[in-house]
Design a protein around this ligand. Structure first.
Ligand code: KIV
Ligand code: NA
Length: 279
């Protein structure tokens, strides 16, 4: 498979081919995403919850994001890689954001960065893109601002709310982002916004009218214990948790019953050597 570049993504968008994106947080999860033909792989700050067991994304540190980005980059051959700027690493000033974005490229080995926010982040997006680092925007529901938004709520459910999302999208497009995530907005609103933009929208909980889709890998592969809350928009395509559980339980049983390891799992020693040793 050929390496996906900004040019590849632009061409896909132009011919109306949906862009596929999934999160990865380490070497194996990036490896399988790349092997499955994803166009883009995102090291989302959702890794705070799905890989590090934190309560929300505000807890994850820049250094932790960079460590995970490096491991993802080592496994990603073809997909375009994007690293999520964590809360606190980009909001203070465009200069701070650029410094962080440079670390994502140099240390995290990412090809692009993602950051949350609309109009107010336009100067920051311009600063980073002008330095030659592609920026993926993120508007609609922006989870890093959950405390200000009053929780994880659908955005753009009123005409004023929808207008705000559209204005944010237009502003960050103008600032130079190559695409943007549209999270948790009504499908019709996402479709209209997508039509009004010249850059692709990557939807999550934003319906089928976006230019592409993104999902969190552990959610869509079902790699979590039963009973965990899943947002409405997640489709569970697999049951990785059950398969892992089955394998590890079988291993446990076979060790307890001495069925494992069997002769084929052991190393031989020549008979004369064994006799000399055993004497
Ligand atoms: O952190 C993340 O995984 C994300 C995607 C869901 C867009 O931001
Ligand atoms: Na994120």
């Amino acid at each position: 498979r050929k390496k996906v570049t900004i040019g590849t993504l632009r061409a896909m968008h132009k011919r109306g081919e949906p862009i596929t994106m999934i999160t990865a947080h380490d070497f194996p999860s990036a490896h399988v995403a790349d092997a499955a033909g994803m166009d883009m792989v995102l090291v989302g700050d959702s890794l705070a919850m799905v890989a590090l067991g934190m309560e929300d994304t505000s807890e994850v540190l820049l250094e932790e994001m960079l460590l995970h980005c490096r491991s993802v980059a080592r496994a990603t051959r073809a997909a375009f890689t994007v690293g999520d700027l964590p809360m606190g690493s980009y909001e203070i000033a465009p200069e701070q954001a650029l410094e962080t974005a440079i670390r994502f490229v140099k240390e995290g080995r990412m090809q692009g960065v993602k950051l949350e926010g609309g109009k107010e982040m336009a100067p920051t997006i311009a600063k980073i893109t002008q330095a030659g680092i592609p920026v993926l925007g993120h508007v609609g529901l922006t989870p890093q601002r959950q405390n200000a938004l009053g929780g994880f709520r659908v955005q753009g459910k009123t005409s004023d709310g929808a207008m705000k999302v559209l204005e944010d999208a237009l502003a960050i497009q103008e600032a130079g982002c190559f695409a943007m995530v549209l999270e948790a907005v009504p499908a019709e609103v996402a479709s209209i916004i997508t039509e009004k933009l010249s850059v692709p929208t990557i939807g999550i909980g934003a319906g089928n009218g976006c230019s592409g889709q993104v999902l969190v890998q552990v959610d869509m592969t079902g790699n979590f214990p039963p009973g965990r809350f899943l947002p409405k928009f997640v489709k569970k395509y697999g049951d990785v948790w059950s398969e892992s559980l089955r394998a590890i339980e079988t291993y446990r049983d076979e060790v307890k019953s001495r069925q494992y390891p069997a002769p084929e799992h052991t190393y031989p020693i020549p008979k004369d050597q064994l006799e000399a040793f055993a004497e």
